[in-house]
Structures are given as structure tokens and as C-alpha cells.
Design a protein around this ligand. Structure first.
Ligand code: FAD
Length: 512
């Protein structure tokens, strides 16, 4: 069976795409927004530049864009947006790297958070006896800039995303996960304090001690309660380099058993896993040229190969022992003999590894394309069903081109249950991400794969949670949040009673 794109989709998408791109925000009228109006832009360029995201699937046109010069401008906008008989919706846009229109608004105001980056240094590293080292960073800052600024002081945050060109406010509104999450929890679990402009226009400093309801609601809160203008992030001494390894498996249960084994402390500092499938596209650039043919042969032979990607950090004091530690950590693992590969790179090159891929893809014109991604959290007890039911029975059988498919475990106990983020009910759960890349006009075929995956989970009674969730109905959101739904709604009423914030998430009714 082949992965075919229905022709009518292509035609329909072309027509819709043309209609959307030819619209401009200038025809959308806003009620009066007082003094802040002088800072609003509604030229076609500003409106179009905030009308879609990394997904290139959803297009929404704002009536105006605010380039704030300080958090006070955000306060003024939100106060004015509430002060109308028909409140105006407001969407904070960090780096616009959502894939389903989460940072968009139709007819409201987009806050271009990156404008704050021009406003002097908003990354300040400090130390206190009670907290140790920490950084106060603007919600608009990119993680890559946080990394560079803290490394200058020999320090680093401990929990990351794979890709660092995302805003602090954007990832803290979701969770912020990567191969460090099994050890330290997601980025939302690594925050001391936040400044938040609530949906009522109040600038509030909150933490686990001060207004904790707002603090925990905002962490993983999908932008529903306020706009993060500052986050206080704990820092640790930065390592200098990383031993970066990949181990290949043909057998899923050996792969997942070894991943879970590697979650033990004092082993690797980073732990992820990926699929390589015979239908490709295959990126083997990590591996020595000489080894690439035998890797390709292995993938062809089995159809699917799983690999564990892990890293051990080291510095001058551990440079002599790191190889021994890696050796000891991987002893007894069941990867295919001779299919262990290693690189030795600087810490920053390791953390910034996806940027290298970005540059390659950009040069091939393959970055600005559609990304119908789906990420789910799967309880450990059902992860082998995902292998048989999804990887083998959907992806392999239908020959679905798999750009990047990731799968790695995390510890529930590293996620504070008071945060808005939702995860499965088991101690260990996996993230499974199908990071599809498609042409502008064939993403629907990948969405059909996503639909089949979710349907398979429903039919098989696998209680998954979406990460970077996207739902169409209130009922689905209610199911998603489960026992947290009531408090999520209560916090909305308390902090954003007119429901003006983050309409692109489509959780509460979108307002104009
Ligand atoms: P945006 O898309 O701009 O905004 C996302 C949501 O947050 C919107 O609802 C928006 O209104 C709201 N928001 C934005 N700024 C603020 C703020 N300051 N305060 C309150 N709300 C705000 N995620 C991971 O966890 N791990 C990964 O490894 C990872 N890798 C990725 C790699 C790529 C190439 C891409 C495109 C995405 C990746 N993501 C990953 C997903 C990413 O973390 C989320 O999409 C995140 O929201 C992107 O941040 P952003 O600044 O682009 O947010």
C-alpha cells in the first residue's frame, strides 16, 4: 500500500490558501483601544507576518499588532482590550513555533513579544544564599540566548527543549521537554518565580509561595491566564563537553527496556529515542560516511530500527573518567552489536544540535513547509501497543514518510501535579512524537495518519494525553484536562474573566 495524497485536497488547499493569503487585516476594525493605539500596527506586512506559524496549516488575520516597548505596554493593551462592550482578543506571539495556530487571533491584537528583545538586556544572572544561582529572563527571550548569557558566567539551566530558538514564555506555556526531562522534569518544573500580566491587566509576581494559584495555572497553562514577562530560572555549573552516543535496536522491547534502565540516576544526562524507517527520508549525517551503508542495510532489513540517543556531560575534572562512566552505563545493554556510534562535542553544540539541522533544511527549502505534527504522552504499560499498532501497523504498512519520529520515557514524579500541564497516570510515561513534514498542500494526508493513531489509542483503551494539544470541541478539552478541568476553568474566570487571552488555543470561545 502506498501513501497517496487525495487529489481533491490539493486543489481545495490551493484555493483556500489563495483566499487566505489575499485577505489582509486592514478590513477588520477594532474598537477604540485608548493610548495604546499609537503603538498598534495594521499594515499588511505586520498583519501577514503574524498570520500563521511553523505549522503553516492555520491562517488567522489579526486586526493589529503591538510591538511592546516594555511590559507596561502589555498592561495598557490588556486593560484597554477589556474596557469595551465587546472585549478584544489578545494573542502573545513568542517565536510562532506552534503548529496549529495557537499564537494567532482572528480580528484581535497580536503582541509581538520579540519586540521586547530590542529593549536592552532582559537576561540577568544573579545569586542568593537561599536560591543559589539563577537567571531572570524576559518571557520573550529565546532559550539559545539564555544559554549563551548564562554560559558566560559558567552556568546553565538544566532542563531544555531539543530546539533552542523557542521563547521562554512559549515553552513555559506548554511544558518544555527534551532528553533531560527524565532527570530534572520539564522546563515548567524548573522555575522559581514568574511575572505575569493577567487577562485583567494586572502585573503580578507569583511563585510557589506568592499567589501560587496563578503560578501553577500559568505553568503549562497554554497562555490562558496571563502573559509571562519574566521567569526566574535555576542555574547549575555548566559542563564543557558531551559524549553523545547512539545505539541501534531491531527489537522494540529491548529498546524500551534499555531506555527505562537508563533512567537510573548517575548514568546519562540526556536520554531520548528515535525511529528510522525504510521508507525514509533518512538523515544519517550523524554517522561516519563509511558506516552509513551498513546502517541503511540494517534499516532495510528490519523495516524499522529504533535508536537510543544519550549524552554524558563532562568538564576538565571529569575528562579522564567520562569514557569509563559511559562504558559502565551501557554495559549489558541489548543494542545490535557493532551499532553503537559516538561523537564528542562541546556542550553548546550538543544543546544547539537541531539548529544545525535547521540550517541544512533551510538551504534545501525544507524548513518553511507545513508541519502537521502530533505529540502524545503514552503510559509505559501500553508503549509496546504503540509499536505494534502505530509504528508497524500504520506508519510502516502505509509507507508514511517519517521525517522525525521520537519516543522517550519520563518520570511522573518530576512533574509537579499542581501545574496545568496534563500527563498520563503512570509513574513512567513516554512521549511519542510524529514530527511530519509535508508540502503546503498535502498535510491533510498526514493528519489522516494522526487521526488513525488517536483512533487506535481510543479503540485499544490507551489513555494518552496530547502534548502541545489541539482539539476541536469543548468535550475534548474537558477529557484532556480530566480532573484538572474544573480548576482550569475556575482560574480562567479568576484571571481572564473576559476570555481574551490566547484565543488560538480554542479552549474557550474565541472573541473578536
Ligand atoms: P508561540 O508559538 O509563539 O506561542 C505558543 C503559545 O504560547 C500561544 O498560545 C501563545 O499565545 C502563548 N505564548 C507565547 N508567549 C507567551 C508568553 N510570554 N506568555 C504567555 N503565553 C505566551 N517543545 C518541546 O517541549 N520540546 C522540544 O524539543 C520542542 N522542539 C521543537 C522544535 C521545533 C522545530 C518546533 C517548531 C517546536 C518545538 N517544540 C518543542 C514546541 C514548542 O515548544 C512550542 O510550540 C512552543 O510554544 C514554541 O514557543 P514559541 O515561542 O514559538 O511559542
Amino acid at each position: 500500500e502506498n501513501f497517496a495524497v487525495p487529489k481533491y485536497w490539493t486543489t481545495l488547499s490551493l484555493v483556500l490558501g489563495f483566499m487566505m493569503l489575499s485577505a489582509t487585516g486592514t478590513s477588520l476594525l477594532l474598537p477604540s483601544l485608548g493610548d495604546i493605539e499609537s503603538l498598534l500596527l495594521n499594515d499588511t506586512g505586520s498583519i501577514n507576518s503574524t498570520s500563521t506559524d511553523y505549522g503553516h496549516i492555520v491562517y488567522e488575520f489579526a486586526a493589529a499588532v503591538l510591538n511592546p516597548t516594555s511590559p507596561n505596554d502589555i498592561v495598557s493593551l490588556i486593560l484597554s482590550a477589556n474596557n469595551n462592550s465587546a472585549p478584544v482578543s489578545v494573542a502573545a506571539r513568542g517565536q510562532g513555533h506552534s503548529v496549529r495556530g495557537q499564537a494567532l487571533t482572528s480580528g484581535g491584537v497580536v503582541i509581538n513579544m520579540t519586540a521586547l528583545i530590542r529593549n536592552g538586556s532582559r537576561i540577568v544572572v544573579s545569586e542568593s544564599p537561599s536560591l543559589g544561582s539563577y537567571a531572570d529572563v524576559g518571557g520573550e527571550q529565546r532559550w539559545v540566548d539564555v544559554l549563551r548569557a548564562t554560559l558566560e558566567r559558567g552556568l546553565t539551566p538544566v532542563s531544555w527543549t531539543d530546539y533552542l530558538y523557542l521563547s521562554v514564555g512559549g515553552t513555559l506555556s506548554n511544558a518544555g521537554i527534551s532528553g533531560q526531562t527524565f532527570l530534572y522534569g520539564p522546563q515548567i518544573n524548573n522555575v522559581y518565580e514568574l511575572d505575569v500580566v493577567t487577562g485583567k491587566g494586572e502585573l503580578v509576581t507569583c511563585s510557589s509561595k506568592k499567589v501560587p494559584e496563578l503560578f501553577y495555572a500559568v505553568l503549562g497553562g497554554l497562555g490562558q491566564f496571563g502573559i509571562i514577562t519574566r521567569a526566574r530560572i535555576p542555574l547549575a555549573p555548566a559542563p564543557k563537553r558531551a559524549k553523545w552516543v547512539r545505539m541501534m535496536y531491531s527489537n522494540f522491547s529491548a529498546f524500551s527496556r534499555d531506555q527505562e534502565h537508563l533512567m537510573a540516576p548517575n548514568g546519562f544526562d540526556y536520554l531520548e529515542g528515535f525511529l528510522l524507517m525504510k521508507q525514509g527520508p533518512l538523515d544519517l549525517s550523524f554517522y561516519p560516511l563509511l558506516d552509513q551503508p551498513r546502517i541503511a542495510a540494517l534499516i532495510n532489513r528490519y523495516g524499522i530500527i529504533y535508536y537510543i540517543e544519550a549524552a554524558k556531560y563532562y568538564d576538565d575534572s571529569t575528562t579522564k573518567t567520562v569514557d569509563k562512566v559511559v562504558e559502565k552505563t551501557i554495559k549489558g545493554l541489548s543494542f545490535v552489536p557493532e551499532f553503537l556510534f559516538e561523537q564528542d562535542v562541546s556542550y553548546i553544540d550538543f544543546l544547539d544540535r537541531v539548529h544545525t539541522e535547521e540550517e541544512n533544511l533551510r538551504s534545501l527549502g525544507l524548513w518553511e513547509i507545513a508541519h502537521p505534527w502530533l505529540n502524545i504522552f503514552v503510559p509505559k504499560s501500553r508503549i509496546s501497543d504503540i509499536d505494534s499498532g502505530v509504528f508497524r501497523n500504520i506508519l510502516l504498512k502505509q509507507n508514511v514518510p517519517t521525517a522525525v519520529s521520537l519516543i522517550y520515557p519520563m518520570n511522573r514524579k518530576r512533574w509537579d501535579g499542581r501545574m496545568s500541564a496534563v500527563i498520563p497516570d503512570e509513574d513512567v510515561f513516554y512521549v511519542v512524537g510524529l514530527l511530519h513534514a509535508s508540502g503546503f498542500n498535502d498535510w491533510q494526508a498526514f493528519d489522516e495518519v494522526n487521526r488513525q493513531l488517536l483512533q487506535f489509542c481510543t479503540d485499544a483503551g490507551i489513555r494518552v494525553k496530547q502534548y502541545l494539544p489541539h482539539y476541536k470541541t469543548r468535550e475534548d478539552w474537558k477529557n484532556h484536562f480530566g480532573r484538572k478541568w474544573q480548576s482550569f476553568q475556575d482560574m480562567k474566570v479568576r484571571f481572564d474573566p473576559n476570555k481574551i487571552l490566547a484565543p488560538g488555543q480554542r479552549i474557550f470561545s474565541a472573541l473578536v
